[in-house]
Ligand binder design. Structure first.
Ligand code: ASP
Length: 443
C-alpha cells in the first residue's frame, strides 16, 4: 500500500505581496507534490512603507459606512491585485468581483466582510495560478450565532468538502455564520485557517510560510541576531506566545494539537532553511537548556501585608474576589508568611486602583497595601529545565552580575518556565544577561 503524504501550506501576507512573491510561492508548492492544500493570506506589505491590503479594505469600508465616497480607495486595492495578475500573466479578471464588493460596501455588509475580501480575492488568483480548485472559506468555516468559532461543525464541513479533492486553495482569515454572514478571526487569523485545514485532511505537516526562518530564541530588537529555535513543543510555544512571541497566531495551535500534527515555520525567501518545528512532544534534546525567553513590560504589583496572614483561612480568596469584582485578571500571586502580592496589567488596573485598595480593606482587613508600578515580567521557557539542576541559580547569578534586582520569582509546577519580575528599566538588560549565559556562553 502506498501511503499518500499530505501537507497543508499557509502563506502569510508578505509571501504574497507581489507577483514576484507569488512566483516564489509557486516554486515552493511545485517543489513538493505533497503540498496540496494551500491557505493564502491577503497581500501584505511590499516594503516597510507599504500598506497591507487588509488595512486598505478596513479604511475603504469605514468611508463606505460613513456614507462617504470610497471609489479611489477601492480602485487602489484593485490596482494591487491587477499588478499581481499581470505580473503572473494570468488570463483572469476580477472585474465582476469588484462590482459585487462595491455594491456590498454601499449596502454596508460589515467590516468583517470587507476585510475578508483580501484573502478571498488572493485565493482566486492563487487557485488560477496553481490550477487548483478554489473553495470559498465561507462555505467550510463556521461561526456560531454569538460569533464564536464552531470547531466541530467546521471540521465536518471541511472534511466532507476536501476528502474527494486532490488539491485546493482555501483563503485564510474568515468563515461565516449559518445564515451566510461573513465573520473573520482576529488579526493574523489565516494561521488558524491553515491549522483547521490541516486537522480536517489529517495532514502529516502544517507548513506555515512567512518571512523569517523560524522562531528566534529571543526578540531580535533586544538581542543582536539571536539564534533560531529548532524544535519547540506546543506547550512551550503557548508560554512564549502569551508573553509576547508573535510568529504564529495564539489560537493556531488548537486544531492541529487535537491530531498531533506538527507545524513547521518556514521562510518563503529562504526555502532551503529548515525553520522551526512545533511539536506535541519530542525525544530530541534541545540544543540549549532553555528554549526561549519572552517578556512584557507594564505590570503593577499590589503588595498586601497582614500579621499572621498564614493562619487566616480564606484571606487569599477575599483579596482575589476584589480583583474579580473589578473585572481585573491577575497574572501571578507570589506569597510569603505575612504577605501576598498580586501582579496585574498596569493599564487595566490603573483606573480602578483606588476601588481595589478600598475593596481589599473592606473585605480582607489587611494591615497595609502598597502598589509598585512599572514592572516587567520575563518568562524563561524550556522543557530542558526539568531535568537540569541549577537553572534558576544560573539565571539569578547572571542577573546579579548585571546589577539587576529581582522583584519576583515564580516557577510553574510543570518546571517548563520560570517567571521573573524586574523593573521596566531593567527589562532589556535582564533578557540579554539570560540569553548570554545560556546561549552565547552555553553554560
Ligand atoms: N490579512 C489578515 C491580517 O492582516 C489575516 C492574516 O494575514 O492572517 O491580519
Amino acid at each position: 500500500m502506498i501511503i499518500k503524504m499530505r501537507k497543508v501550506v499557509k502563506f502569510g501576507g508578505s509571501s504574497l505581496a507581489s507577483a514576484e512573491q507569488f512566483e516564489k510561492v509557486g516554486n515552493i508548492i511545485h517543489a513538493d507534490k505533497e503540498r496540496k492544500f494551500v491557505v493564502p493570506s491577503a497581500p501584505g506589505k511590499r516594503d516597510a512603507d507599504d500598506t497591507k491590503v487588509t488595512d486598505m479594505l478596513y479604511g475603504c469600508y469605514d468611508l463606505a459606512e460613513a456614507g462617504k465616497d470610497f471609489k479611489a480607495q477601492l480602485q487602489a486595492i484593485k490596482v494591487r491585485y491587477q499588478e499581481i495578475i499581470d505580473g503572473l500573466a494570468l488570463k483572469i479578471s476580477l472585474e465582476e468581483e469588484f462590482k459585487t464588493i462595491e455594491k456590498d460596501f454601499k449596502a454596508k455588509a460589515g467590516r468583517d466582510y470587507a476585510a475578508s475580501r483580501g484573502e478571498y480575492l488572493n485565493g482566486i488568483i492563487m487557485a488560477a495560478y496553481l490550477g487548483f480548485e478554489f473553495i470559498d472559506a465561507a462555505e467550510v468555516i463556521r461561526f456560531k450565532e454569538n460569533g464564536e468559532f464552531d470547531s466541530e461543525v467546521t471540521n465536518e464541513l471541511m472534511r466532507e468538502r476536501l476528502t474527494s479533492l486532490e488539491a485546493a486553495v482555501i483563503p485564510g482569515f474568515y468563515g461565516a455564520r449559518a445564515d451566510g454572514t461573513v465573520k473573520t478571526f482576529s488579526r493574523g487569523g489565516s494561521d488558524i485557517t491553515g491549522s483547521i485545514v490541516a486537522r480536517a485532511v489529517k495532514a502529516d505537516v502544517y507548513e506555515n510560510w512567512t518571512d523569517v526562518s523560524g522562531i528566534l530564541i529571543a526578540d531580535p530588537r533586544i538581542i543582536y541576531k539571536p539564534e533560531g529555535i529548532e524544535t519547540v513543543t506546543y506547550k512551550e510555544l503557548r508560554e512564549l506566545s502569551y508573553m509576547g512571541f508573535n510568529v504564529l497566531h495564539e489560537d493556531a495551535i488548537f486544531p492541529v494539537r487535537r491530531e498531533g500534527i506538527p507545524i513547521n515555520i518556514r521562510n518563503t525567501n529562504a526555502p532551503e532553511d529548515e525553520g522551526t518545528w512545533i511539536v506535541e512532544s519530542t525525544c530530541q534534546k534541545p540544543k540549549y537548556v532553555i528554549t526561549g525567553i519572552a517578556g512584557k513590560k507594564g505590570f503593577c504589583a499590589v503588595n498586601i501585608e497582614k500579621d499572621s496572614m498564614n493562619s487566616e483561612v480564606g484571606f487569599g480568596r477575599k483579596v482575589l474576589q476584589v480583583f474579580e469584582d473589578n473585572g481585573i485578571s491577575f497574572e501571578h500571586v507570589p506569597s510569603g508568611i505575612d504577605t501576598m502580592t498580586v501582579f496585574v496589567h498596569q493599564d487595566e488596573f490603573m483606573h480602578k486602583e483606588q476601588k481595589v485598595v478600598s475593596g481589599i480593606h473592606r473585605l480582607a482587613d489587611p494591615d497595609t497595601i502598597e502598589i509598585e508600578a512599572d514592572l516587567a515580567l520575563i518568562a524563561v521557557v524550556g522543557r530542558g529545565m526539568k531535568s537540569t539542576r541549577g537553572t534558576a541559580g544560573r539565571i539569578f547569578s547572571a542577573l546579579a552580575h548585571s546589577n539587576i534586582n529581582v522583584k519576583m520569582i515564580d516557577q510553574g509546577s510543570s518546571e517548563l518556565n520560570i517567571i521573573i519580575g524586574v523593573a521596566n528599566a531593567d527589562f532589556e538588560t535582564a533578557i540579554k544577561a539570560i540569553y548570554d549565559i545560556f546561549v552565547l556562553y552555553q553554560l
